[in-house]
Design a protein around this ligand. Structure first.
Ligand SMILES: Cc1cc2nc3c(=O)[nH]c(=O)nc-3n(C[C@H](O)[C@H](O)[C@H](O)COP(=O)(O)OP(=O)(O)OC[C@H]3O[C@@H](n4cnc5c(N)ncnc54)[C@H](O)[C@@H]3O)c2cc1C
Length: 392
């Protein structure tokens, strides 16, 4: 049988979004693996600046796909919210913390073992529409594909080559790792810390301390997330102060800066013949997280790509609708709404106090994080908690 295109689907980017899309296409929808190509500019194992917290939703989606996570991880056993020395703690299974180098390499290797063509070390540098599909260029080679899945993350070249506008300002992060120290009591218990004290510096976000495992040693991933909804804020100076409160001199650590694309109401998810998946579309604006979301979105994208291959269709409007209506889509939209009000607006101080002092509020936040929709009774009680807040 001859094919008009070199590949049925070209997946640009072999991170969680790209590997999940490829694995779902093959394992859940029976698409011929050798008709799918994953193109990545980096050679695996590749580094990726990240704290590595994978939500339970993401872990469950991989399990359902038959992926057993066989890289080192630390189970997240609960959360602490901190602000100016006050602490609210809630035990709760929340997923795992992995190292992205190992995790992403496992996923891309699984796709390769399933027969998917993985071309790593080859950056996409040209993309044009041709009748019925696309021509892609990577270095000196060019190939064609009927459909394209843009899974190339925050810096998405696919978006740039197609001239797709950014829906909103990007968030900013710095990340670093340190060995676990005796004062890291919470992370040694598997808790993840979100410290909101940076709000006092005019930032919109938090600093984090997550337990992690580096080369077999318990370590701590730390960093700062600034949602950057409004311009301003000295992110690095604020991180320096936060680290100093932990007894760490910023000059002694290796910092890595990065940006994130938020998922908002106007986020673009599809064009003719093209789906945007994972951070190429956007991630959770309040938390800056998106690994689990990318994995889940890959599953939705694969279903629509497989249908298009079978029917010859090229419209992915239904994909965009399904993502927005899915648990992760609704949660990311709620998160974008909340981020604007809690980080920037008048809801900030009461929401912060509620998270610090109300076990009920933290429990609800954890159920929401784990993918549950909150019943109206819970929403009303949270709303009443915000409305009745008397300050402190
Ligand atoms: C500092 C930091 C901490 C974070 N911590 C967390 C966390 O704890 N939990 C969480 O859930 N999320 C976290 N995130 C967000 C998380 O990193 C993203 O949500 C996640 O990586 C999205 O996965 P993805 O597959 O969409 O994109 P990526 O993981 O970014 O993968 C994109 C892939 O595309 C490739 N690529 C890029 N350009 C090209 C090109 N031109 N040609 C070919 N390939 C290309 C890249 O090499 C990469 O492999 C953090 C982000 C940062 C920056």
């Amino acid at each position: 049988m001859t094919h008009a295109f070199d590949h049925d689907v070209a997946i640009v980017g072999g991170g969680p979004a790209g590997s999940s899309t490829a694995l779902h296409l093959v394992r859940s929808h029976g698409i011929r693996a050798d008709r799918i190509v994953v193109l990545d500019k980096a050679r695996f194992p590749r580094d990726k600046p990240c704290a590595g917290a994978v939500s339970q939703l993401g872990v469950d989606t991989l399990h359902a796909l038959g992926v057993r996570i066989d890289v080192p991880f630390v189970a997240m056993r609960g959360v602490r919210v901190l602000f100016r020395g006050a602490v609210g703690e809630t035990p709760c299974a929340m997923g795992i913390v992995i190292r992205r180098t190992e995790f992403d390499t496992q996923l891309v290797s699984e796709a390769r073992s399933a027969g998917v063509i993985v071309r790593d070390g080859e950056p996409l540098d040209a993309l044009e529409r041709i009748p019925g599909g696309f021509r892609l260029g990577a270095g000196r080679s060019a190939f064609t594909a009927r459909l394209v899945a843009a899974c190339d993350g925050a810096g998405s070249t696919t978006r740039k080559l197609l001239g797709l506008r950014e829906p909103e300002r990007k968030g900013h992060l710095y990340v670093l790792d340190t060995p676990q120290r005796p004062s890291d009591d919470a992370t040694s218990r598997g808790l993840i810390d979100f410290d909101l004290s940076v709000l006092d510096d005019g930032l919109q976000g938090y600093t984090w301390d997550f337990p992690t495992m580096i080369d077999g040693a318990r370590s701590v991933s730390r960093g700062i997330y600034h949602a950057n909804i409004e311009p301003g804020g000295e992110v690095k100076a604020s991180l320096a102060r936060a680290l100093a409160r932990r007894g760490i001199d910023i000059a002694t650590v290796k910092l890595r800066p990065f940006s994130t694309r938020p998922f908002v109401r106007g986020s673009l998810l599809a064009q003719e013949g093209l789906v945007l998946v994972g951070e190429a579309a956007g991630i959770d604006r309040a938390t800056g997280e998106g690994i689990g979301q990318a994995i889940v979105m890959g599953g939705i994208a694969a279903r629509h790509l497989a249908r298009a291959l079978r029917t010859g269709g090229t419209s992915f409007d239904a994909y965009a609708r399904e993502v927005r209506g899915s648990t992760i889509g609704r949660h990311m939209l709620q998160s974008a709404w909340l981020a604007r009000r809690v980080y920037g607006g008048r809801l900030g101080p009461p929401a912060r106090r509620l998270l610090l002092h109300s076990t009920f509020a933290r429990d609800a936040a954890m159920r929401w994080y784990n993918g549950s929709s909150l019943p109206w009774s819970t929403k009303l009680r949270l709303g009443a908690g915000l409305a009745l807040d008397r300050g402190a």
